[in-house]
Design a binder for this molecule. Structure first.
Ligand SMILES: [Ca+2]
Ligand SMILES: [Ca+2]
Length: 242
């Protein structure tokens, strides 16, 4: 009788262990499945440009500066990050295309760009940079000349080859002189960047790849959201058309 009890107890233990293991397996499977992203999965992207920019992430247009000249504004948007994250920025100083000068051709005028994402991504001299329009050449404002290079196709694409490009140069807050909205947003740790000449280089492109979240936080991969099969058909989907 005692043996029978022992065997029953052992059997029950094995069964309980098995049940627990299957439960753990299910939990794991549920974790692997991509869930619906929520606002808490997004991060804030703050950008400030003297004078204008457009921002692509992983080949998709994400933000356009809503004011092309003055006042100098901060653009702050929510983004859903996925890594590796290829950031590409087209930035322009407000230069006359014929003279390269600002403020109705009265001033050579300077530029600048700074970015910070909520995952800790910041602009600095590790970003790639190349100029595509510059002038007035030799600071000659009496006979102003401008040189232009055509923007390469797919400059914003993930697989665009920027290996031959140089790096951005960092500029201080004093050099750029950002206007008040800059101080009302989080740019801590970010550096103002531009190409080698912050006065004459008027159209530039920056590129940078964020390989993994700088803050080290583990995040679900939402990069393939369009290919998600919903758990259930959308509500009302089974209704017959009237
Ligand atoms: Ca400017
Ligand atoms: Ca300029």
């Amino acid at each position: 009788m005692r043996d029978f009890r022992r065997i029953t107890l052992a059997l029950l233990s094995v069964l309980a262990l098995g049940y627990w293991a299957v439960g753990q397996d299910r939990k794991g499977a549920a974790k692997d499945k991509v869930r619906k992203p929520q606002m808490s999965d997004t991060i804030k992207a703050n950008m400030y440009a003297d004078n204008w920019f457009m921002l692509y992430i992983n080949g998709e247009l994400v933000a356009v500066d809503s004011i092309k000249f003055i006042p100098h504004n901060v653009v702050s948007v929510d983004i859903l990050p996925s890594y590796p994250m290829t950031i590409a920025v087209l930035a322009k100083d407000n230069a006359d295309p014929k003279t390269g000068m600002e403020y109705a051709n009265t001033n050579i005028g300077d530029a600048g760009f700074v970015l910070k994402f909520g995952d800790g991504t910041v602009t600095n001299a590790r970003w790639k940079a190349k100029r595509f329009s510059w002038g007035p050449i030799d600071h000659d404002t009496k006979n102003p000349r401008v040189e232009n290079l055509p923007l390469p196709d797919n400059w914003y694409a993930v697989d665009f080859d920027d290996s031959a490009w140089g790096f951005a140069r960092e500029y201080t807050e004093d050099q750029v002189g950002p206007k008040p909205p800059f101080y009302e947003h989080d740019f801590q740790g970010a550096r103002f960047i531009w190409t080698d000449d912050i006065e004459l280089d008027n159209t530039v492109i920056f590129r940078f790849v964020v390989k993994s979240p700088p803050d080290g936080k583990a995040r679900p991969d939402f990069s393939n959201l369009n290919n998600l099969v919903p758990d259930q058909p959308p509500r009302g989907g089974k209704k017959k058309p009237r």
